[in-house]
Design a protein around this ligand. Structure first.
Ligand code: ADP
Length: 289
């Protein structure tokens, strides 16, 4: 073989692709764990869980990013009272996420759309993929212990994109409610993750019982224990049950993470237990002086 034969130079498109790959790889090496919060269907509290998980992890001294990729109905900005917010600008590495507090950075499709309230986003799969890729590769997240991703319900293009580009230390957390329909839907999410070889870190049962704020007694409004049974059947870790707390709706409307507003409530305690094994995936870094 003639070793002196030169390869033809890369085309402009090939160079751009290569640059994109390098930027993605550069971002991903700085993110220790990607946690994709998934649910089989809407309304089970997936975004609420994603926001409170992220806030609880950040309150435990971890560097956390929260990425909202629900392109058709982003709810993270509302849940954190960041509606109308725009990225604070660009660094050398890329667009800066919004710092919710010292430990929690947030990025949502809403921050980059011009007319946030009225923009109807009609995007096809490849466009969504390109946007999600930009959210990871071209946002300057810095060093993160956790990137919590709020994916839209179901098994569509958005979670698929994350599965395809996330690093080996990425996994799904599946949120369900005790009712059977939600459980049937959640089986689809499990099959989806298995087909894409995305590890499932565990299952959370949300809206599991109701704790009376007067007497502290737990009432089962729906059948309880379905999430745990599902976890046993499928062999995945059961991360815990989150009870219904009517104040959670108020906190969400006010744009304040419930776990920070009512840290002593049974619902926040449930979050504390749930994050235990998640925290074990990373250790707090030494503070730089
Ligand atoms: P999803 O993202 O699955 O569509 P949301 O996070 O938007 O669901 O939650 C749906 C509604 O349920 C919201 O009004 C939210 O405040 C409420 N909710 C979620 N979890 C709880 C809970 N544990 N206790 C009380 N209300 C909850």
């Amino acid at each position: 073989m003639d070793r002196t034969t030169k390869k033809p130079p890369l085309s402009k498109e090939e160079l751009q692709d290569l640059r994109g790959e390098l930027m993605l790889a550069d971002s991903l090496v700085r993110i220790e764990n990607v946690l994709m919060v998934l649910s089989g269907k809407g309304g089970v509290g997936k975004s609420t869980v994603a926001v409170n998980l992220a806030a609880a992890l950040a309150a435990s001294d971890r560097n956390v990013g929260l990425l909202d990729i629900d392109i058709h109905g982003p709810s993270v900005p509302t849940l954190l009272k960041l509606d109308g917010a725009v990225s604070p600008g660009q660094s050398e590495r890329g667009m800066l996420p919004i710092a919710y507090n010292e430990k929690l950075k947030v990025m949502s499709i809403e921050f980059v759309l011009k007319d946030q309230a009225n923009e109807a986003v009609i995007w096809r799969g490849p466009m969504k993929h390109a946007m999600i890729r930009q959210f990871i590769a071209e946002v300057d997240w810095g060093d993160l212990d956790f990137l919590v991703v709020d994916a839209p319900p179901g098994t569509g293009d958005e979670p698929l994109s994350i599965c395809q580009m996330a690093p080996p230390r990425s996994m799904a957390i599946i949120v369900t409610t005790p009712q059977q329909v939600a459980l049937k839907d959640v089986r689809k999410s499990i099959r989806f993750c298995k087909a894409l070889e995305m590890p499932i870190f565990g299952i959370i049962e949300n809206m599991s019982g109701f704790i009376c704020s007067h007497c502290g007694t737990q009432h089962q409004l729906f059948k309880s224990g379905g999430g745990e049974k599902l976890a046993r059947e499928t062999g995945f870790r059961f991360l815990g049950r989150i009870p219904i707390d009517p104040r959670l709706v108020d906190s969400s409307d006010e744009g304040k993470p419930f776990v920070l507003e009512h840290p002593m409530s049974p619902t926040s305690k449930a979050f504390d237990e749930i994050i235990g094994p998640i925290l074990a995936l990373s250790t707090p870094k030494m503070k730089k002086h």
